[in-house]
Design a protein around this ligand. Structure first.
Ligand SMILES: Cc1cc2nc3c(=O)[nH]c(=O)nc-3n(C[C@H](O)[C@H](O)[C@H](O)COP(=O)(O)OP(=O)(O)OC[C@H]3O[C@@H](n4cnc5c(N)ncnc54)[C@H](O)[C@@H]3O)c2cc1C
Length: 269
């Protein structure tokens, strides 16, 4: 059985970056993800200031676009804009970021196991080491030994589960979806160089919508609902897809070609 100091379950931005730092520090690390190709998980489109791009040493290949300012669409349909001549930050290409992190881990001597789902961890009573069971797409189980296991599987929390501590943590539970749109260059230019947010219940009840520029001709448009806990039953009440279509229509993006749809649970403070 192969042995590592640390096994990191989940190669999202958290797990990938942790494994990269560990490998850089010379720690033997095994990074595991159930996806066969990390570029598949392109959901999310985080915007960073330029200082963070250089702090994390992110290369151009993980940056989808730059932004020079923000614009907020208020409840009364008035845009509020702040813009600089020069770039202030970048929008990440999450698929490219995840892929790049795995490549980095390997280049630094770490092990990366894709297409492997973490199914369980047990303690080896003789050695105090942890034994993690991994399942490949054909159902074959392999075991990996390590001193530490980190659950970085995002919302699936495959090992830590839904503990009562999380409930006490007062994280606001929400749900979001995002579509990758192909638009003509005129329309792309209209939304490029800025991060746009539609705030207020006239756009998305208990939530907000956004338009982020991606590579030329591509935009990411999404909606997220974060109702207060006493209204959380309403999460499923208003179909997000419908809200998304309404927002696209209001923003004159209704006719754009949708080339990818993704979404999921969002927990926020
Ligand atoms: C629609 C939407 C829009 C968002 N927009 C933004 C945004 O604009 N800015 C922002 O900062 N954040 C945004 N987020 C949130 C952001 O995506 C998350 O905060 C971020 O992805 C969390 O990173 P993570 O590494 O913790 O988990 P994840 O990115 O969820 O990564 C977890 C990884 O674990 C893997 N995995 C899961 N289960 C297993 C298993 N059993 N075995 C092996 N691997 C497993 C998954 O395949 C995945 O690769 C958005 C989220 C959604 C859903």
């Amino acid at each position: 059985m192969e042995t590592f100091e640390v096994l990191v379950a989940g190669a999202g931005p958290a797990g990938g970056e942790l494994a990269r730092c560990l490998a850089q520090a010379g720690v033997s690390v095994c990074l595991v993800d159930r996806l066969a190709d990390m570029r598949q998980a392109a959901f999310s489109s985080a915007a960073l200031p330029l200082a963070s791009v250089s702090r994390f040493g992110l290369p151009a290949e993980v940056l989808a676009a730059s932004w020079h300012g923000w614009q907020l669409l208020g409840p009364n349909a008035i845009w509020h804009q702040w813009q600089q001549q020069h770039a202030l930050g970048a929008v990440l290409d999450f698929g490219a970021l995840r892929h790049w992190l795995t490549v980095q881990v390997q280049a630094l001597g770490g092990e990366v196991r894709l297409a492997s789902s973490v199914v369980a961890v047990e303690t080896n009573s003789n050695s105090n080491q942890l034994i993690t069971k991994l399942r490949d797409p054909h159902g074959k189980i392999t075991k990996v030994k390590s001193n530490w296991v980190v659950d970085a599987t995002g919302q699936s929390r495959c090992l830590i589960g839904e503990t009562s501590n999380l409930v006490k943590d007062h994280l606001l539970l929400g749900i979001g979806l995002e579509w990758l749109l192909k638009v003509d260059m005129g329309r792309w230019q209209h939304w490029s160089k800025k991060l746009s947010f539609a705030l207020g219940s006239s756009w998305v009840p208990n939530g907000y919508g956004w338009v982020f520029p991606m590579q030329p001709g591509l935009l990411k448009v999404g909606v997220c609902r974060l109702p207060p806990p006493w209204q959380s039953k309403q999460l499923g009440g208003l179909a997000l897809g419908l809200l998304q279509k309404q927002l696209l229509k209001k923003l004159d993006l209704g006719g754009a070609t949708v080339i990818n749809r993704h979404g999921g649970v969002i927990r926020s403070r």
